[in-house]
Design a protein around this ligand. Sequence first.
Ligand SMILES: Cc1ncc(COP(=O)(O)O)c(C=O)c1O
Length: 367
Amino acid sequence: MKDKTLLMIPGPTPVPENVLLEMAKSPVPHRSSEFSRIFDEVNEDLKWIFQTKNDVFIFASSGTGAMDAALSNLVNPQDKVLSLVIGNFGERWAKIAESHGAAAERMTVPYGEVINPAELKARLDKDVNKEIKIVTMTHSETSTGAVNDIKTLCKIIREHGALSVVDGVTSVGAMDLKTDEWEIDVVVSGSQKGFMIPPGLAFLTASDRAFEVHKQCKYPGFYFNWSSYKKSLANHTTPYTPAVNLVIALHTALKMLKAEGLENIFARHKSNALLLRDCLRQMGLKLFVEDDTKASYAVTSVFPPDGISVPDIRKVLKEDYDIIIANGQNDLKDKIFRIGTLGFVSERDILTVVAALNASIEKLKRR
Ligand SMILES: Cc1ncc(COP(=O)(O)O)c(C=O)c1O
């Protein structure tokens, strides 16, 4: 049977039907009062989901565009950036920093682990001349399924005086990330994750402290320049043509999320992820991040059973049950599979994927 696909990857995530229908409408002219009214509401709701009083800029790009926009607006050539790397997306920050001429130092842990706050503190304590200007990190590391203790890490960074730059691509709208209360300087995210809309928008919010550093940035670039977005936002618009249909879809999705409430959204992601983890353990499967307190509620990484390959599991799930799960990335390709539980995902979806996974493994054992 066609058209019953269950998308259980960590992005793009499933999109509710009423959000899809919004996208099917004719585009609204972007320099119109009709669009500005929607845009203003979206901006207020984005502040709510990012838990900040500051502006949240909307870029027409994927999440990596917002990561690039974070560093291009802050670093000058030779600036020191410390990148906390717990997976591929943490490594991406270091590469972006280097692409803007900064000197990136990596603090790397074995994938599946998270950054130890004491080690970060020890490294920053050694930086007596305050040469480290920015510390980058991933909240929910989608390539492994581990989650950093952002609250503690950002407090340590704040005490040192560097700026904290956080990838919240698979955590905003899924796990608690209190941008203002935890004094995080920059948070970025992407539309195809917790926001329940398709790929194509990226978001960035920056603190006043970050804006002060931005003012000293010699080459902030053009398209992603924060100052241009800030100026336009004050005029209820964007500097360049926005992805209007996606913004309108986001308007509907954010209203749905607001009706659910932040605490309920976080509780749903937590209970779904923990249910999945329990079921997988009961099936005798080994989790890549074993400690529940270090596990992301957006994505769960799992080792296949002995003698059964990741591509075979994914193939049977797709062909027999129309369920799509993700492979591992880079070095973890074919070593783990990843199940996304992020965005428009219910407990029923978890039970469905567990039952189908169980049946797929049993089929493969009989082959
Ligand atoms: C944690 C994290 N950061 C960054 C990205 C990059 O986002 P995009 O692929 O939208 O550029 C992703 C995408 O999966 C992600 O999961």
